[in-house]
Design a protein around this ligand. Structure first.
Ligand code: HEM
Length: 149
C-alpha cells in the first residue's frame, strides 16, 4: 500500500501539471475546450481520488499511526505530520481539485472552462506540493521512490 501510495504521488503530480499546462494554453491561446481537455480534467480528478482513498486506507493500517491520537500532546514530528497535517492538507487539496473540475465542466464558454480549470488545479497543486514529504523537506521526509521489496 505504501509502495502504491508513494507511486500514486507521481501520477497525481504528472496529471495535474499536464492538465494545468493544457488549461493555461487553452485559456491564453483562446482555444476550444475539446473532448480531450474534458478527458484530462476528469482523469486528473479520478487519479487524485484513488490516491486519496489509498491514503485513507493506509492511515488505518500503517504501524506508524497505531498509537496515534490527536488529543495526545506528546507526538513526535513524524506521527503528527502523517496523522494530521498531511491528511488535512491533502484532503483539502483534493476537495479544491474536485470543485474546480466540477465547476469547469459547467462553464458557458471554452475560455471560462480553461480559466476555471487552470486556477483551481493550480491551487490544488500548490497544496499537494507543500504536503508531500519530499526528501528535501524540513518536515518529516521520505524517498522519491519506494520499492515493493
Ligand atoms: C493527493 C494526495 C496525497 C499524496 C500526493 C500523498 C503522498 C504521500 C507520499 C509521497 C508519502 C510518502 C510515501 C513513502 O513513505 O514512500 C505519503 C505517506 C503517507 N500518506 Fe499520503 N498522500 C496523499 C494523501 C493522503 C491522505 C488523504 C492520507 C490519509 C487520510 C494519507 C496518508 C498517508 C500516510 C498515513 C502516510 C505514511 C504511511 C507510513 O509511512 O506508514 N495520504 N503520502
Amino acid at each position: 500500500m505504501l509502495f502504491l501510495h508513494s507511486l500514486g504521488r507521481w501520477a497525481v503530480l504528472g496529471g495535474l501539471v499536464y492538465g494545468i499546462i493544457r488549461a493555461y494554453r487553452g485559456w491564453l491561446g483562446n482555444q476550444p475546450f475539446t473532448s480531450l481537455d474534458n478527458t484530462v480534467r476528469h482523469s486528473v480528478a479520478t487519479v487524485a481520488h484513488v490516491q486519496l482513498m489509498l491514503g485513507y486506507a493506509l492511515y488505518f493500517v500503517t504501524p506508524l499511526l497505531q498509537t496515534f491520537h490527536l488529543r495526545d500532546t506528546e507526538h513526535d514530528p513524524g506521527t503528527l505530520f502523517f496523522g494530521f497535517q498531511h491528511v488535512v492538507v491533502m484532503t483539502v487539496a483534493v476537495v479544491v481539485l474536485t470543485i474546480g473540475s466540477a465547476r469547469a465542466k459547467r462553464q458557458p464558454s471554452s475560455a471560462a472552462q480553461f480559466r476555471t480549470m487552470a486556477l483551481w488545479f493550480t491551487a490544488a497543486l500548490l497544496l499537494i506540493f507543500l504536503a508531500i514529504p519530499w526528501p528535501f523537506s524540513p518536515l518529516p521526509n521520505r524517498p522519491y521512490f519506494r520499492f515493493p521489496f
